[in-house]
Design a protein. Structure first.
Length: 296
């Protein structure tokens, strides 16, 4: 079976037992309540759970900057790993940045899936997720709107793969990504698919996990369908292969990577304004209080 004949590129676990998220069967005094629930959920389904980890080995922009360096103090927690060819992992990632000698953190929930075939690079940033936290990097290519939802977000892909990107980011997928209740951004890079949520994703909420799996199902099917519109690989060049991916014939030509430019300054600027605004508000309150009790 080749890439064009598959129904989906992502083999999802089924069935999934969610009861442990609501009522963990065992209590671990070493874990906080949320961690206990997620840990029990993983155990009930035969998956692995990790309380925390240091820098993640993933290539995604949440984990590495535009030069491929691990982001400052990058770490992850509440990690759930699902065994199988998809190499699915869901967790909460955080990294830090410094403003005027003050250190701040930004947190992203993520779902990472190793794809069975290499594709061109792709980034989808939704307006809903951007309003909470902008992605830390963006490609230096002109974005196009999400099909069927011009104001929902932007799709970034190298121009030769525009038709492929349109086949991947269908109106259905665009609407799911930009949903107000749980918005996501999407990145495909170096044989990996990432979905990012501005905030925690590995949480004791069955609705969140059902949404994660349902969206991955939609993405997997759109990737399988879109494979038929990929440009043919160059005759004289070997196609790149995904790191540690299952043996399979890659479908993307060489040069399909999508270089990005780091824009952490956008997040830094937003955080700076917020912190200065809070400090200014506190100063005004203290000044008014002093005037009421001392100035008379």
């Amino acid at each position: 079976m080749n890439a064009h004949e598959q129904d989906s590129w992502i083999a999802l676990p089924a069935p999934v037992a969610y009861d442990a998220l609501v009522d963990p069967p065992h209590r671990d005094p070493k874990l906080k309540p949320d961690a206990q629930a997620v840990s029990a959920f993983a155990a009930a389904n035969g998956w692995q759970y990790f309380v925390g980890a240091g820098p993640q080995p993933f290539p995604g922009m949440v984990f590495r900057d535009d030069r491929g360096r691990i982001r400052q103090l990058q770490r992850a927690g509440d990690i759930v790993r699902v065994h199988g060819t998809a190499a699915l992992e869901v967790g909460n990632s955080a990294s830090s940045f410094t403003i005027n000698l003050n250190q701040f953190s930004v947190e992203w929930g993520y779902a990472a899936v190793r794809l069975p075939f290499v594709t061109p690079g792709l980034i989808v940033e939704t307006a809903r997720a951007r309003a909470e936290t902008p992605l830390p990097a963006l490609p230096e290519v002109a974005p196009v709107p999400i099909a069927g939802a011009p104001g929902a977000g932007s799709v970034y892909v190298a121009p030769p793969y525009a038709d492929w990107a349109a086949a991947v980011v269908t109106p259905e997928l665009g609407a799911l990504l930009a949903d107000d209740s749980l918005a996501f951004d999407l990145e495909i890079v170096d044989g990996w698919l990432f979905r990012y949520h501005p905030g925690r994703l590995s949480v004791p909420d069955p609705a969140v996990w059902r949404r994660v799996f349902a969206m991955l199902d939609v993405v997997g099917r759109s990737l399988a369908t879109a494979a038929s519109v990929l440009p043919a690989p160059p005759v004289d060049g070997a196609s790149p292969t995904a790191p540690a991916a299952p043996a399979a014939e890659p479908v993307a030509p060489s040069g399909a990577a999508l270089p990005v430019r780091d824009r952490s300054s956008d997040v830094t600027r937003k955080t700076t304004l917020t912190s200065y605004g809070i400090a200014g508000g506190v100063f005004v309150v203290l000044t008014a209080t002093a005037f009421l009790f001392v100035g008379r």
